[in-house]
Design a protein. Structure first.
Length: 197
């Protein structure tokens, strides 16, 4: 939401109607102007603008780490309290560093169907989490959460801003598209507009 605050300061006359959902919506039928999608894009009726990849981060609060110790290697996570995002909580955490690959199967102490609730539980010292870096970076910068295993690579997925190819490009629509690209990462040169595959 901090990004929305910055956009509102730049464009106070634009009214935003935001829908947050994990379900795969019919972008065109439901009348969305734009959407940010994570993963591969199957709908060829849409134009996609590449954003920075959707990266994950493993974190815990300083208080939790004081009480339970700071794991030095991902394999040590099995001895820690963990908080998972439902339904992905049942999936193992996969990390890689050079040629080393680790898959950690965890028994979640708590599972929640809200990324923000997972984040707040970690901030409250309830356990270790794996969540998108876009949700956690401000907390790590503020010292509310500590990033674990920063040298290890976690799975990342493509993230794209999409809109309908026949949509009239109004100044307001252009402004939010430009802002989102600047805020969430520009795409490689020469890839500014591409049909979704």
């Amino acid at each position: 939401m901090p990004a929305l605050q910055r956009y509102r300061e730049l464009a106070p006359d634009v009214t935003l109607d935001i829908t947050l959902t994990d379900r795969n919506v019919d972008f065109v039928e439901e009348g969305f102007d734009i959407a940010i999608r994570i993963g591969e894009l199957p709908d060829s009726r849409l134009i996609a603008r590449h954003l920075a990849p959707y990266r994950m981060m493993i974190c815990a609060s300083p208080d939790y780490l004081t009480r339970h110790g700071n794991p030095e290697h991902p394999s040590e996570l099995s001895g820690h309290e963990t908080i998972g995002f439902t339904p992905a909580a049942r999936s193992p955490w996969r990390l890689s560093k050079g040629k080393d690959e680790v898959e950690v199967v965890l028994k979640m102490s708590i599972t929640v169907n809200s990324g923000q609730a997972v984040r707040m539980a970690a901030r409250a010292g309830l356990g270790v989490i794996m969540q998108p870096s876009i949700l956690l970076t401000s907390d790590t910068q503020a010292g509310l959460l500590v990033r674990l295993f920063p040298d290890w690579h976690l799975h990342e997925r493509p993230m794209s801003l999409i809109y309908h190819r026949d949509r009239r490009m109004t100044p307001r629509l252009r402004s939010i598209i430009s802002f989102a690209i600047a805020e969430f990462g520009a795409e490689p040169e020469g890839q500014a507009y591409r049909p979704a595959e």
